[in-house]
Design a protein around this ligand. Structure first.
Ligand SMILES: NC(=O)c1ccc[n+]([C@@H]2O[C@H](COP(=O)([O-])OP(=O)(O)OC[C@H]3O[C@@H](n4cnc5c(N)ncnc54)[C@H](OP(=O)(O)O)[C@@H]3O)[C@@H](O)[C@H]2O)c1
Length: 319
């Protein structure tokens, strides 16, 4: 298929490397509002547009990868679907549940494929660790800790996308969705209690957030997200008989199962920069004629957005 990129920033470059690794998938066109000329020089064999609309009007584009800032995801996705393109949209696909519902409606009316780019769900190590945990490798599951905190000085300007509320910045939108998705993968999307504490910075976005969840079956989760504090980015699933540790869990390539003094190490590297697995899912779904992925369904995106809404409600007292 011919891929068109809407927005071409940091993640688009990493995604592109993975696209090259998937046979038959072609980076055909890029659209960048800020950087088209330079990109055209760098990628002479790719069509480069300076407007998103122009790329969407190109009949040779089959599928669009959207990696703009969070505030634009809904608008860009709807425009792409209406132009008759399949869409893979970066996380979070929408900044609230209303946006996800609108995007889903347009996807259904257009008959085109739409998926949120929750790439961790396709990583072999992540999936195997969760499969083993659920299959009883460490006994009944009691507790999850997962943190994703990073700090890049150059990204922390007031205008930059991480701290700018106009661009839907903030830690929970940017990285909180990863630990939250892992908690949901283990315990479901409906915790019965949610406790949130957060640091809201001078620009008005959540810079660091800690969330404690308790689930009806008795399991607990402790999650942390930050764009100002680097953490070990580790997840640990605790069961009655031991624990499973995933270093760098959102881009996992290995994990350890620890039971008493016995440590089993499992290595399951990903292809290229890791995004190849979600690209293969998109390709396979579209080839089969599926309108969404069973592994990151639009209903999952809705549930995620609803839970993020509740968490942000605790931070900003919106609900
Ligand atoms: N899956 C992952 O592992 C992963 C990792 C990092 C980020 N992400 C997600 O990918 C998306 C983009 O992240 P990124 O790190 O690539 O962001 P980025 O490099 O800062 O920006 C991406 C694009 O967004 C547009 N943009 C940036 N700042 C803007 C502004 N002030 N006004 C208008 N447009 C602006 C630009 O589009 P133009 O090129 O058109 O100018 C830019 O190329 C986000 O949804 C993020 O959560 C995913």
């Amino acid at each position: 298929m011919n891929w068109g990129f809407i927005g071409f920033g940091r993640i688009a470059r990493k995604f592109l490397e993975s696209l090259f690794a998937v046979e038959g998938e072609v980076p055909y066109a890029f659209a960048s509002r800020s950087n088209a000329q330079t990109l055209q020089q760098e990628f002479p064999h790719v069509k480069v547009y300076d407007s998103y609309e122009a790329l969407l009007q190109d009949p040779k584009v089959d599928v669009v990868y959207i990696s703009t800032t969070h505030n634009f995801h809904c608008e860009n996705t709807i425009a792409a679907l209406k132009a008759g393109k399949h869409v893979l949209c970066e996380k979070p696909m929408g900044v609230n549940s209303h946006e996800i519902r609108k995007m889903t409606e347009v996807a259904e009316a257009s008959g085109k494929f739409l998926m949120e780019a929750m790439w961790t769900r396709f990583l072999p190590a992540y999936n195997e660790a969760l499969r083993r945990a659920k299959a009883g490798a460490i006994g009944p599951l009691n507790y999850l800790t997962a943190s994703f905190g990073f700090r890049s000085e150059d990204k922390l300007t007031a205008q930059g996308r991480l701290l700018n509320p106009e661009l839907a910045g903030g830690a929970f939108f940017d990285v909180g969705v990863y630990p939250l998705t892992m908690a949901a993968d283990l315990f479901g999307w409906h915790p019965e209690q949610i406790q949130v504490t957060a640091r809201v910075g001078h620009t008005g976005v959540d810079e660091s957030v800690q969330v404690q969840l308790s689930y009806p079956e008795g399991a607990l989760a402790q999650l942390f997200a930050s764009v100002t504090t680097g953490t070990n980015k580790e997840a640990c699933i605790y069961g009655q008989d031991g624990f499973i540790r995933l270093p760098l869990f959102w881009k996992a390539q290995s994990f350890e199962i620890v039971k008493g003094d016995v440590i089993e190490k499992v290595e399951l590297p990903f292809i290229s920069t890791g995004y190849a697995h979600e690209i293969i899912e998109v390709r396979d779904c579209i080839r089969r004629g599926d309108r969404q992925s069973a592994r990151v369904s639009l209903n999952e995106s809705l549930k995620s957005a609803q839970l993020v809404e509740k968490i942000r409600g605790h931070i900003f007292k919106e609900v």
